[in-house]
Design a protein around this ligand. Structure first.
Ligand code: SF4
Length: 323
């Protein structure tokens, strides 16, 4: 068996909350609370959950854009969490991120050519001006833009085009893993589909591995090989995309799926309405974090925290009633 490209073991990120005149730590936000998964090269893991469930923090901890509180991240057999600054800088070429808001993440004062070419200079990937220019043109064309757009500025592009610029920038260093952090969430549905198709084409062409983060199950359905569902800092279910969409095991996944539009108007799916809001990650409920909203909750759910257990082959769920 080959080793997975990425392995995340018991990742935790707590953000301290300070208060008082001395700025002491008075509490903490439990953003990520013991997340573990593995991701094979060339595969896509979709990560979904409501806003504040810890999915973006997980992605950023993997890249060490945020320092994890504890846990380990292994990439190609190397412990990323134990790396010093120099080693991490070298690793940055292999792991890239595409952000949700392409406009905010693109420097408005730089031309598109300079934005895409910045990493080529930082990592000394081209030797001559000609090579530098040709590589930028190649990257722009790879994402469906053209050479004559390289002297333009980000504000001259549409949202979808700006996201293509973000993708070209990420591709400049020929990464192996790309964290797509809500990369299509801000786009119209038709543009979302175009960008997802582009990401799929690029994956096939360059054998890319994606961690594809979104708040909506319908967005990750077609691009994901496996899907992890997160709730209040924990993975509550992880399975192949087919299993998760056809036979969900966790009541939270069932509720998310019930809210998805059904393409066939003849098909009726019963909507499961969850009561209340997602509790604060500052004081997550004891036991199963989902018990305050779960339609199937029992007494023990508020006391004992369910661990992820294998329900069927490769299908893991954290629920007292489902394993
Ligand atoms: Fe619901 Fe209990 Fe299962 Fe949590 S453990 S999802 S509260 S049934």
């Amino acid at each position: 068996m080959t080793e997975p490209l990425l392995k995340v073991n018991d990742l935790v990120k707590h953000f301290p909350i300070t208060g008082g005149v001395l700025g002491r730590v008075v509490d903490k936000v439990h953003a990520v609370d013991g997340v573990s998964f593995a991701l094979d090269a060339g595969q896509t893991l979709g990560v979904v959950g409501e806003s504040g469930c810890g999915k973006s923090t997980t992605g950023r901890c993997i890249l060490r854009l945020i320092e994890p509180t504890s846990g380990e991240v292994w990439f190609e057999g190397k412990n990323v969490t134990a790396m010093g600054k120099n080693e991490l800088r070298g690793m940055a070429r292999d792991m890239q991120i595409i952000f949700q808001d392409p406009y905010a993440s693109l420097n408005p004062r730089m031309t598109v050519g300079a934005i895409v070419g910045e990493a080529l200079i930082i990592h000394k990937l081209t030797k001559t001006d000609r090579e530098y220019h040709d590589r930028i043109v190649e990257l722009l064309e790879t994402v469906g833009l053209s050479a004559n757009q390289m002297r333009r500025y980000p504000h001259e592009f549409s949202g979808g085009q700006r996201q293509r610029i973000g993708i070209a920038r990420a591709l400049a260093v020929s990464p192996k893993l790309v964290v797509c952090d809500e990369a299509v969430s801000a786009l119209d549905v038709s543009i979302q589909a175009q960008v997802i198709n582009l990401l799929e084409d690029l994956q096939a062409k360059f054998n890319l591995t994606y961690l594809f983060i979104a708040h909506d199950l319908s967005v990750v359905e077609h691009i994901s090989d496996r899907v992890a569902v997160m709730y209040l800092g924990r993975i509550v279910e992880i399975a192949s995309a087919r299993d998760l969409y056809t036979t969900p095991l966790h009541p939270y996944t069932e509720a998310l799926l019930s809210a998805m539009p059904v393409p066939d108007p003849q098909l009726k799916r019963k909507r499961i309405m969850l009561q209340g809001d997602v509790p604060s990650p500052i004081k997550p409920p004891p036991g199963c974090h989902f018990h305050t909203r779960c339609p199937m909750a029992r007494k023990e759910c508020g006391i004992e925290s369910p661990t992820l257990k294998q329900g069927s082959d490769g299908h893991w769920v954290a629920c007292h009633l489902r394993t």
